[in-house]
Design a protein around this ligand. Structure first.
Ligand code: C2E
Ligand code: MG
Ligand code: MG
Ligand code: MG
Length: 272
């Protein structure tokens, strides 16, 4: 085909690029299809306070496309974001989590547990986002205080004043906020001071090598100190082994999430 077009033909896409584009639009179509059906599920991963025990779960989306293996969110969330599908998908996540909270409210063992959901920047900036949070809470009857929204630093890249105002409106409903993947983005510490947060989440990339990298250990210590001085809860994600846990304990981080405590699982597999 390139030969036929001749040596000097202008090709906008190399075969590899064209293949990537085709794969992407195939994935987009499959995502759209799954959204109409029931191709998505929420898995829940425990969050543990070392002093008091289980405090809640992070809801993590799982995609089971027809005739395919499960696809990792790291692969399909960017496609969902670019195509705008993240908007309906994100609302589905919020509604599903709120319904789960309502179910948990019936049982004394689960009543006080919170559920954290991941909110993409694009969704958070939708003009009607606050209203949609309110709706999801009302329709489900979930206790707003049990819902936590995880934002990443990318949310703050736009207009900080606007983000702060929006967060305050949502907090007025009773919902809390966590800053996910903290330390991996580009937002400055002055933003951190201004955002009405409840929790910051140490990114797993720092936790992973805490025993072997003096730099990562120093970063984790610094994040814990910042959280403490700002009066924020700090949680470590990606805690996989006892050595990491011991280090975190020593730094004063008392809340953890990771395979050491439990993997993300369907709610039916949870034993509380
Ligand atoms: P995240 O929010 O930072 O979630 C933590 C990721 O770390 C999850 O990957 C989780 O399964 C994984 N993880 C938990 N404990 C451990 C551990 O001990 N070791 C290791 N190596 N990994 C651990 P997952 O489920 O593949 O999700 C990846 C990312 O996709 C999430 O990162 C989040 O940014 C995004 N994501 C997941 N669900 C949603 C969703 O419902 N909406 C949006 N917008 N994004 C989502
Ligand atoms: Mg998260
Ligand atoms: Mg994270
Ligand atoms: Mg992450």
């Amino acid at each position: 085909q390139a030969k036929a077009a001749g040596r000097n033909a202008v090709r906008f896409f190399s075969p590899a690029m064209q293949e990537a584009i085709n794969a992407r639009s195939a994935m987009e179509a499959a995502l759209r299809h799954s959204l109409q059906g029931d191709g998505f599920r929420l898995f829940y991963q425990p969050q543990v306070n070392l002093d008091t025990g289980l405090i809640g779960a992070e809801a993590l989306i799982r995609w089971f496309p027809e005739q395919h293996q499960a696809v990792s969110p790291a692969q399909f969330i960017p496609v969902a974001e670019d195509s705008g599908l993240i908007i309906p998908l994100g609302y589905w996540v919020m509604q599903t989590a709120c319904r789960q909270l309502r179910l948990w409210a019936n049982d004394a063992r689960t009543r006080d547990l919170k559920i954290a959901i991941n909110v993409s920047a694009r969704q958070f900036h939708q003009p009607d986002y606050v209203e949609r949070v309110r709706e999801a809470l009302q329709e489900s009857g979930a206790n707003p205080a049990r819902l936590q929204l995880e934002l990443t630093e990318s949310v703050v890249l736009e207009n900080v004043d606007e983000v702060v105002e929006r967060m305050q409106q949502i907090r007025a409903l009773g919902v809390t906020f966590s800053l996910d993947d903290f330390g991996t983005g580009f937002s400055s510490l002055s933003y951190l001071k201004r955002l009405p947060l409840d929790q910051i989440k140490i990114d797993q990339s720092f936790v992973r090598d805490v025993m072997t990298s003096a730099n990562d250990a120093a970063i984790v210590r610094a994040i814990v100190a910042i959280a403490q001085s700002l009066g924020l809860q700090v949680i470590a994600e990606g805690v996989e082994n006892q050595a990491q846990l011991d280090f975190l304990t020593e730094t004063g981080c008392r809340v953890c999430q990771g395979y050491l405590f439990g993997r993300p699982e369907p709610i039916e597999d949870w034993t509380v």
